[in-house]
Design a protein around this ligand. Sequence first.
Ligand SMILES: Nc1ncnc2c1ncn2[C@@H]1O[C@H](COP(=O)(O)OP(=O)(O)OP(=O)(O)O)[C@@H](O)[C@H]1O
Ligand SMILES: [Mg+2]
Length: 353
Amino acid sequence: MEKIRISHLSKKYGKVLAVDSVTLAVEDKEFFSLLGPSGCGKSTVLRCVAGLEVPSEGEVYIGATRVNSSADGINVPTELRPIGMVFQNYAVWPHMTVHENVAYPLKLKKLPKEIIETKLKDALHTVGLERLSDRYPSQLSGGEQQRVALARALIKEPEVLLLDEPLSNLDAKLREQMRFELKDLQRRTGIPILYVTHDQAEALAMSDHLAVMNAGRIVQVGTPAEIYTCPADRFVADFIGLMNFVPGRILSRNGEEATVEFLSGHRLSVADRSDLSGECLVAVRPEDISLSPAGPIRCRVEVRSYAGHLIDYKVRAGGAVLRVQTAKTEVYKEGEELGLAVQRAMLFAPRES
Ligand SMILES: Nc1ncnc2c1ncn2[C@@H]1O[C@H](COP(=O)(O)OP(=O)(O)OP(=O)(O)O)[C@@H](O)[C@H]1O
Ligand SMILES: [Mg+2]
């Protein structure tokens, strides 16, 4: 069942079209991310769902309730929407203890004290903060403060959780750890999450589905694996993960296979359903290239970079410089002449000159 449905949502600020006809659905129990570069409109979409912005066009449903319709003049106020929110600056109140911060939304509702205490215990347990409930935010780490904000959002038992870059103030190590915590929390509570981030590693790691946005529009929706392995266009291919782009030429097609020539005359069969012909751009992931002394395409190692779990090379081949990532056991020297093989490639339209 759909928990959030956004239909042809647009938002204009003066002449700026910040969101351009966005349509998407978040299913129950789903972790759904909006991913895209800075300024592409992610937060604006989330703020419309939260009722913090009024859409210029389109409709928003939370569960079965239509909370926005520009055509019918519906705009349900934020406090009446069944949502929990956490933003980048997580805004926990410094003068209140963890206990007071988390209980605050229920105190506002004037619930009986015993009920507040029971729900508070549950919420603190969910985020693992039971033992710190008497501390003030200044006595907590960044990750712990983030969990206070999450508990405060969860205590109202919202139908959906809206999160806008909630991990970006944390250091890299904690951010990585919190990814697992968030995903685990979502699995335990079953609450659907609409998550905004510009960090593709974060979105790939946590999401069931994600929508990639560019310049106000959604360019692709899919599972992390679909988006990584079959990017819809060059923008997505470039934005998600590392990608080498080299010019090529399509020589022939046979069903859904194209034979492409690239890297100074090398030929490769590529699965490709597009109707491209002639000049094209061949896109290759660094892990889809292998290096060996006998590889068919001659190359030279320019830079070798140790990354712990793998080795990251820059190699020069047929006039291009390519990123290649190999197992940490495949050690070649800078300046070494060897060969490379391309296992898998994707084809896109050539760059406009
Ligand atoms: N209140 C506003 N008035 C005018 N323009 C705005 C306003 N809020 C956002 N914008 C513009 O709308 C566009 C989308 O902004 P938005 O905050 O949704 O981007 P974002 O994808 O969340 O970016 P970031 O990753 O940097 O947070 C931007 O061009 C921004 O400058
Ligand atoms: Mg934003």
